[in-house]
Ligand binder design. Structure first.
Ligand code: IVH
Length: 682
C-alpha cells in the first residue's frame, strides 16, 4: 500500500519532535512539554505507524521496545580497545601523574585537563552509522564485548537517531559511556521487586548490570536505565581536536553528557574539583566513585599513548569507598576484654575508606542469623572513619550453594570454658577471667593512651607477660620487677627499664582515666569523666546504687546497671584495692571530695572481737586510709586488740595515738557519716 506523502511527512515530523523533546528532557534536563503532551505525540505516532506499518523504521522512537528475546548474546569486537583507568587515591599520586605527563610531553607550563565525574555503572559502546544507532555492546574484556543493542535501544537517554539540528552527524561514530541507574529509580525498582517477592539488588550498579544483560529486552525496558557518554572510539567523517570538543559535539548530536564536566588549566584545578565533587557526592541522584582527569588535547593524548590496559593520558582520582563488596573466607571467634565472644569475618582483603581491610566484626550470633551471613558469602562491608569495619549484609544472589551456615560453639574456642549468655543479652561470654585473649585485651586496654597510658604495653608484650606467668590481672603489672622482665626473651634491658618507668609513671593518673582503664562495659572515656566529676572518689562510685547512678546526667539505665554489676563483684573491688595499694593516685580529686581517712596510716595489733582483722582493714581502706605493717612515721593510729604485741610499746614510745576496738569502730562510723555528707553535698 502506498503511503500518502502528507502522512509520511507527519510521521517524520512527529519523530523529530519526539526526539527533540527526549533531548530536552534527558540531555539538557529542561523538559519542553508536559508528560501528557509528550504522550499525545507518541500516541499519534503509534496510531499512524499501526495504520501504515511499512512506514516503521528501526530508529523510530516507538521502536525502543518490542524486540523478541534472544537466545544468547553475540560477541562484538571493539575496533579500538576499551581500556580501563589507573587509580589514584591521594593528591600526591595525582601530582605525580601531572609531573609524568609534562615530562613525557616535554612541556613546562600547565596542562589543560578535562574533568569528569567517574560514573559507577558499566561501560558500553554505541555505534552510529549515518546518524542511526546500529549496534550497542558491552565493554566485555575490553577487546570483545557482547551485542546488547536491543537492550540499549530501550534506554530513553540514548538517541536512536543523532540530532542534525546543529552539526550533521558523521558517517561513522563509536560513542562510549556509562550505563547506570539513578538512585531514586533504583529505590523504586527495589521496592517493586520486594513487593513482587523478587530479590532486591545490592546496589544501583548491580541493578544496571543485571538489567543490561537481560536476554529479553522487555525486561530491560522496565528498568530505569540511563547513560552518560564520555568518549569516542573510531570515528569517520568528523575530526575532533580535544576531549572538550568531543563532549560538546556529542551533546549537540543529542547524546547525554554529564552536566558537571569541566575544563581546567593546571592540576590544582583538578584537585579542587575532586574536593568539590566529593562534597556534593551524597546529593547527586547517581553514584560516582571519583573523578576522571583527562588530558584535553587529543594530539597530546596520542603522543602519550597507552600501556597494556590503561591510557597514560587519563587517571581516575577515586574517592575513598566506605562500602565495598568482598567474600568471607572464614568466620572466627574473638574473645574480648569483657569475655564477649565475637564472631569475626575473615575476608579477601579490600580497600575501604583508605585502608586495606581483611577482618570485620559480625557483632554476635543473632546478627549473623538476622543478616543470614554464611562462610563463603559475598558481603557488603562498611568502614566509616576510625570505626571497626562491619559486615552490612550478605549478597545471597551471588551464592553458589557451597556456602556454610555458621554455628556458635558452646564452649570458648580458646580455654574451653562453657560460654554463658545472660538473659536479655545477645552476646555469648567466656566466664573465665584468665582466658588468654581476654587478658591480653584487658592489659592493652588498661595500658592504652586514654586509660593508664603505659607506653610499650601492646598486644605482643602483654602476651609475653601472661605466658611467662608474670601477670594474671592488671594489678600484677605493678609488682613486675626488672629481673622478671630480663627473664623474658626478646626484651632488651633498656626496653625493660623503659617499660618499668612507664608503669611507675602511670601511677599518677586521674580518676576518670582509672575508671576507663578498669573497663566496665559501656564506660568509655566520656562516661568515665562524667562519673569522676560527679562522684569525686572511687569509693563513692563503689557505693553508688543504681538510683544514684541514674540521677547522674548522661547515665542511662543500661550504663547504670553495667556499672552497678561491675562494682558489686567482689573480685573487682579486690582488684581496685590492690591497684590503690600499689600506689595509684588521682591528681584530679577535689579537696572536698577526699575521703576522710585519706593519708592516714593504720597499724593493727592484737585480736579483734566483733570483726576480723581483714574486715577492719577493709573499713580503713574504704574510707581512704592505708594499712601499714610497722609502727613508724607513717602511722597515725595504732588499733589495739586483745593480747597486743610489741607494736603497742613502740606506739607509746613514739607518741602515736592508740585506739581500742570500740574507739576504732566509732571513728569509722564518724568517718562514714562525713563521707556520706561530702558525697551528698556534691
Ligand atoms: S574514560 C581509556 N571517563 O571507568 C579511558 N571512564 O576504569 C577509559 N568510567 O571502564 C574510560 N566514568 O566504565 C572514562 N567519565 C569517565 C568515566 C569512565 C566512569 C568507567 C568506565 C571505564 C572505567 C575505567
Amino acid at each position: 500500500m502506498d503511503i500518502p506523502p502528507e502522512i509520511l511527512r507527519r510521521i517524520e515530523r512527529l519523530r523529530e519532535e519526539i526526539n527533540y523533546h527526549n533531548y530536552l528532557y534527558y540531555v539538557l534536563d529542561q523538559p519542553g512539554i508536559s508528560d501528557a503532551d509528550y504522550d499525545a505525540l507518541m500516541h499519534e505516532l503509534q496510531g499512524l505507524e499501526s495504520q501504515y506499518p511499512e512506514a516503521i523504521t528501526p530508529d523510530s522512537p516507538t521502536q525502543r521496545v518490542g524486540a523478541p528475546p534472544s537466545e544468547r548474546f553475540v560477541s562484538v569486537p571493539h575496533s579500538v580497545p576499551m581500556l580501563s583507568l589507573d587509580d589514584a587515591f591521594s593528591q600526591d599520586e595525582v601530582l605525580d601523574f601531572d609531573q609524568r605527563t609534562k615530562r613525557l610531553l616535554q612541556i613546562d607550563g600547565d596542562v589543560e585537563y578535562v574533568l569528569e565525574p567517574k560514573m559507577d555503572g558499566l561501560a558500553v559502546e554505541l555505534l552510529y552509522e549515518g546518524g542511526r544507532l546500529v549496534l550497542g555492546s558491552t565493554r566485555g574484556d575490553g577487546y570483545t564485548g557482547e551485542d546488547v543493542t536491543a537492550n540499549l535501544r530501550t534506554i530513553r537517554s540514548i538517541p536512536l537517531r543523532l540530532m542534525e539540528r546543529y552539526i550533521s552527524p558523521p558517517a561513522r561514530l563509536e560513542v562510549r559511556g556509562e550505563v547506570f541507574i539513578n538512585r531514586d529509580a533504583f529505590r523504586q525498582l527495589n521496592r517493586k521487586r520486594i513487593e513482587e517477592g523478587a530479590p532486591a539488588f545490592a546496589n544501583p550498579r548491580n541493578a544496571a548490570a543485571g538489567s543490561l544483560r537481560q536476554l529479553d529486552p522487555n525486561v530491560t525496558a522496565s528498568r530505569p536505565l540511563n547513560m552518560f557518554c564520555y568518549g569516542i572510539g573510531k570515528v569517520e567523517g568528523y575530526s575532533f581536536k580535544t576531549q572538550w570538543d568531543v563532549l560538546t559535539t556529542l551533546k549537540k548530536w543529542g547524546l547525554n553528557i554529564n552536566p558537571m564536566v569541566k575544563k581546567v588549566r593546571g592540576i590544582h584545578g583538578a584537585i579542587r574539583y575532586h574536593q568539590d565533587i566529593a562534597s556534593r557526592r551524597e546529593g547527586l541522584d547517581y553514584e560516582i566513585d571519583g573523578i576522571v582527569i583527562k588530558v584535553n588535547d587529543l594530539g597530546y593524548q596520542e603522543r602519550l599513548g597507552s600501556k597494556a590496559r590503561s591510557p597514560r593520558w587519563a587517571i581516575a582520582y577515586k574517592f575513598e569507598a566506605v562500602q565495598v563488596i568482598t567474600q568471607i573466607s572464614d568466620i572466627q571467634l574473638s574473645v574480648g576484654r569483657t569475655g564477649a565472644v565475637t564472631p569475626v569475618a575473615l575476608m579477601e582483603p579490600v580497600r575501604v575508606a583508605g585502608v586495606v581491610v581483611s577482618r570485620a566484626t559480625l557483632h554476635n550470633e543473632d546478627e549473623i542469623i538476622r543478616k543470614d551471613i554464611r562462610v563463603g558469602d559475598w558481603v557488603m562491608i562498611r568502614r566509616a572513619g576510625d570505626v571497626i569495619p562491619e559486615v552490612v549484609r550478605s549478597l545471597p544472589e551471588r551464592r553458589t550453594g557451597k556456602e556454610r551456615v555458621f554455628v556458635m560453639p558452646e564452649t570458648c574456642p580458646v580455654c574451653g570454658s562453657r560460654l554463658v549468655r545472660r538473659p536479655g543479652e545477645a552476646v555469648w561470654r567466656c566466664p573465665n577471667p584468665e582466658c588468654f585473649p581476654r587478658l591480653v585485651r584487658q592489659l592493652t586496654h588498661f595500658a592504652s593512651k586514654g586509660a593508664m597510658d603505659i607506653e610499650g604495653l601492646g598486644p605482643k608484650l602483654a602476651e609475653h607477660l601472661i605466658s611467662a606467668g608474670l601477670v594474671r590481672d592488671v594489678a600484677d603489672l605493678y609488682s613486675i620487677e626488672l629481673s622478671d622482665l630480663l627473664s623474658l626473651e626478646r626484651l632488651a634491658e633498656k626496653s625493660a627499664r623503659n617499660f618499668l618507668s612507664a608503669i611507675e609513671a602511670s601511677k599518677e593518673t586521674t580518676l576518670a582515666r582509672f575508671l576507663y582503664a578498669l573497663g566496665p562495659r559501656h564506660v568509655g572515656e566520656v562516661t568515665a569523666q562524667v562519673l569522676a566529676d560527679h562522684f569525686g572518689s572511687i569509693q563513692a562510685i563503689i557505693e553508688a546504687d543504681e538510683e544514684r547512678l541514674l540521677a547522674v546526667e548522661g547515665i542511662g539505665p543500661e550504663v547504670a546497671s553495667s556499672i552497678r554489676s561491675w562494682f558489686s563483684d567482689s573480685q573487682n573491688i579486690r582488684l581496685i584495692r590492690r591497684l590503690i595499694n600499689a600506689g595509684i593516685k588521682f591528681t584530679d580529686l577535689k579537696e572536698t571530695k577526699k575521703l576522710p581517712l585519706e593519708g592516714k596510716g593504720f597499724v593493727f595489733t592484737g585480736g579483734l572481737s566483733s570483726l576480723t582483722r581483714g574486715q577492719a582493714k577493709d573499713l580503713v581502706r574504704d574510707l581512704g586510709g592505708q594499712i601499714v605493717s610497722t609502727v613508724g612515721h607513717k602511722t597515725d593510729y595504732v588499733i589495739v586488740g586483745k593480747n597486743p604485741g610489741s607494736k603497742l610499746e613502740k606506739a607509746y614510745k613514739l607518741g602515736i595515738p592508740t585506739l581500742s576496738e570500740e574507739e576504732f569502730l566509732s571513728l569509722i562510723d564518724h568517718c562514714k557519716t562525713i563521707a556520706r555528707e561530702r558525697k551528698e553535698g556534691s
